[in-house]
Design a protein around this ligand. Structure first.
Ligand SMILES: NC(=O)c1ccc[n+]([C@@H]2O[C@H](COP(=O)([O-])OP(=O)(O)OC[C@H]3O[C@@H](n4cnc5c(N)ncnc54)[C@H](O)[C@@H]3O)[C@@H](O)[C@H]2O)c1
Length: 371
């Protein structure tokens, strides 16, 4: 039986979720909801489902509804997530929340704590590592072909320059606060780093903004450099910016992972994977040489390709009755990224001090997962 699903918040991303539910064989889209009546009505017409203007009314009207996508936005792109996500959970619905899980770390801790305590399903759209090439790299890693992590280097952010800078004069804009880029965006690269390298134990951050932003009185700290140390060993560097510069090698999104047995690099998120094996092989003359890199080019350039894959994984986990603690890209996984962002902010506010992220709530399914 397909999962009966609804979407709350019918902006661009709500449409993206609704399209997946309407087309994925594991789901059936049964309703859409937006507090903006016009948007709700338009989406309802487009998808041929009922419109609601309040999530509470929708849930009470549709007893068969199983899963809800929270696609609201808010300040720093996440401040409107907590209330509808909590409300849907309190009705026992399975909740897939957009990122960042919440704009305020205290809300995120409460939301994740509530879901875990009540054994409820809470997932997050950490879609950046739901790609064919990330799965391929993960396969090599799981098979022991990458070895121990030596370092990872993640560079990510939209392209731009002085030439196309547009200031945000409205102080109510979701992009105005100083940490809006960190809070709205770094959840993605941290989720990728954690996917390949595990939990981060130490963080040190430097944040800045370019001259055009200073001149415009734009407080956003859009240039981010973060040094990380992982619990499993190895170190990581995250470089991010928000339309301040053109990125060079690897495009707008590159992740290089260097292990003791091999190195891989993902470029443009969905497009290309290169793998350099560390073990020498005999060449035509019988000499031991390092093999040339293996390159997989998917031909995919549109990062939008990540959404159907991530949402399908969520639907698979629900269909397969995976335990609430072990759904892929869980609320707890999303909380981890927000704890790292909180550590980034604390480090910056203390002149680049070393900060240890707050521990995550324990999960109980298997002993090795207990933090
Ligand atoms: N995963 C990704 O790669 C990715 C990419 C872009 C954006 N996002 C996230 O997606 C979310 C939505 O982004 P968007 O650009 O579509 O936002 P948007 O502001 O365009 O749309 C949000 C909609 O939610 C509605 N809304 C707000 N509160 C509501 C409530 N309580 N009940 C019902 N409707 C409510 C608003 O009226 C609006 O129509 C953001 O959190 C953003 O961070 C994720």
């Amino acid at each position: 039986m397909p999962i009966k699903a609804a979407v709350v918040g019918m902006g661009g991303i709500g449409y993206t979720h609704a399209k997946v539910y309407a087309t994925d064989p594991l789901a059936e889209l049964i309703a859409v909801c937006d507090i903006n009546r016009e948007k709700a009505d338009k989406a309802a017409e487009d998808f041929g489902v009922k419109a609601y203007y309040s999530q509470k009314e929708m849930i009470e009207d549709l007893p068969d509804l199983e899963a809800v996508s929270i696609c609201t936005s808010g300040l720093e792109n996440g401040s409107f997530h907590f209330e509808p996500a909590m409300e849907a959970l309190s009705y026992g619905k399975k909740v897939l929340c957009e990122k960042p899980l919440c704009a305020d770390i205290r809300d995120a801790r409460e939301l994740v704590g509530y879901a875990l305590k009540n054994r409820l399903y809470l997932g997050c759209d950490l879609n950046h590592y739901f790609t064919e090439i990330a799965a391929k790299a993960k396969g090599w890693q799981t098979a022991g072909e990458i070895g121990e992590t030596v370092y990872c280097l993640h560079k990510v952010g939209p392209e731009g320059s002085d030439y196309n800078y547009r200031s945000t004069p409205d102080p109510r804009s979701r992009w105005m606060p100083p940490y809006s880029h960190c809070k709205a965006f770094l959840t993605h690269p941290f989720s990728v780093m954690r996917y390949f390298c595990g939990d981060i134990t130490h963080v040190q951050a430097f944040l800045d903004r370019p001259g055009v932003r200073r001149t415009a009185g734009d407080p956003m700290l859009s240039i981010n450099s973060v040094n990380c140390k992982f619990a499993n060993g190895g170190v990581g560097v995250l470089i991010s910016q928000r339309g301040d510069a053109r990125f060079g090698l690897g495009g707008w999104w590159s992740y290089e992972h260097c292990g003791t047995k091999g190195t891989f690099c993902i470029e443009n998120c969905v497009e290309q994977l290169t793998y350099w094996r560390g073990k020498k092989v005999p060449d035509a003359e019988g000499r031991e040489v390092l093999p040339p890199p293996e390159v997989i080019n998917t031909g995919i350039k549109d990062f939008g390709a990540t959404f159907p894959v991530r949402i399908h994984a969520w639907l698979e986990d629900l269909t397969n009755n995976v335990s609430y603690e072990f759904v892929r890209a869980s609320g707890r996984d999303a909380l981890a990224t927000l704890e790292y962002i909180e550590a980034v902010i604390q480090s910056y506010e203390n002149g680049g001090a070393l900060v240890r992220p707050n521990p995550l709530p324990p999960i109980h399914g298997t002993p090795e997962y207990i933090h």
